[in-house]
Design a protein around this ligand. Structure first.
Ligand code: ADP
Ligand code: MG
Length: 280
């Protein structure tokens, strides 16, 4: 039986599957196609993400960030190596791993409330149970009053909050976010970043967040994993020592400036190498 049917009462504040969400990526490489058409998207990569951590994966476009995320999500099987979540080998997508993409990917013909209730319903929850879960998570993302609206009637930022609520409604131990704020304007994006940290603090799940934006990575993460240019591998693992809760005022803190500069320098030197290799 799925966790969703056994979870804590929806009337109480949602809390994470405490201690769950430990990810191991062991010697994973991913190649698409075969023979002359073979294209390596991810070079042999190993990494450990602790339960409850907020990790950002930062790297240039096309370096394999989404491919690595898809391997954790179970949409792509590694060519070599394996991914485990809480010691279980990932072989397909599952409700323990919620996914939020840049495109809002809501069901346009369903209301906001129905969109969030959909996952629990599919997992076998009754209409009443699924409705309570939807209310709880819409409350968590600040959209309880918008349950009867259709996605098209909401702004991009609000739709993405529904997407987060929808992913959390399955009580995942891991939340995988692939450039989720990439389509939002700068102002909304900043608000969403603060809001996401607030949701994460309350829900406590492991978050893996892909971005190509250095400021976004440093602001959000406990750790920033920097990927090389294609084919991607992780070349730096930076711990961000900024205190929590964080606010956008921290952009002037010396630790922030230092971490940001380190990321920029790493990416710049990596781009130079890639450029030189292309011109050889
Ligand atoms: P990023 O998310 O960092 O921009 P991706 O992981 O989407 O990069 O892509 C990495 C590389 O793998 C790119 O060259 C892309 O064209 C290729 N790629 C991604 N998915 C597939 C696929 N399903 N089939 C073939 N090539 C793919
Ligand atoms: Mg991508």
């Amino acid at each position: 039986m799925l966790d969703v049917l056994k979870f804590k009462s929806p009337k109480s504040a949602p809390s994470a599957n405490q201690g769950k969400g430990h990810i191991e990526v062991s010697d994973v490489s991913i190649t698409f196609g075969t023979g002359a058409d073979a294209h390596q998207a991810v070079q042999t990569t190993s990494l450990t993400i602790e339960a409850g951590e907020f990790v950002c994966i930062l790297g240039p476009s096309g370096c394999g960030k989404s491919t690595l995320m898809n391997a954790i999500a179970g949409y792509v099987m590694p060519t070599t190596g394996e991914v485990t979540v809480d010691d279980v080998r990932v072989e397909k997508p599952g409700p323990d791993r919620g996914m939020v993409f840049q495109q809002y990917s809501l069901l346009p013909w369903k209301t906001v409330h129905e969109n969030v209730a959909f996952g629990p319903r599919m997992a076998g929850a009754s209409l009443t149970e699924a409705g309570s879960v939807a209310n709880t998570f819409l409350g968590l993302v600040g959209l309880r009053k918008f349950g009867n609206r259709y996605p098209m009637e909401l702004s991009g930022g609000m739709q993405q909050r529904v997407g987060i609520a929808r992913a959390l409604a399955n009580y995942p131990s891991v939340l995988l976010m692939d450039e989720p704020f990439g389509a939002l304007d700068a102002q909304t994006r900043l608000m969403m970043q603060e809001s996401l940290l607030d949701i994460w603090r309350k829900f406590g799940t492991t978050v893996v967040f892909v971005t190509h934006d250095v400021d976004e990575a440093v602001f959000l993460a406990d750790r920033v994993l920097i990927m090389s240019a294609a084919p991607g591998r992780i070349i730096e693992d930076l711990h961000v020592d900024l205190p929590r809760p964080r606010s956008t005022d921290m952009a002037t803190a010396p630790e922030y400036i230092q971490a940001r500069q380190f990321c920029l320098d790493t990416i710049k030197s990596e781009s130079r190498k890639a450029f030189a290799a292309q011109n050889q």
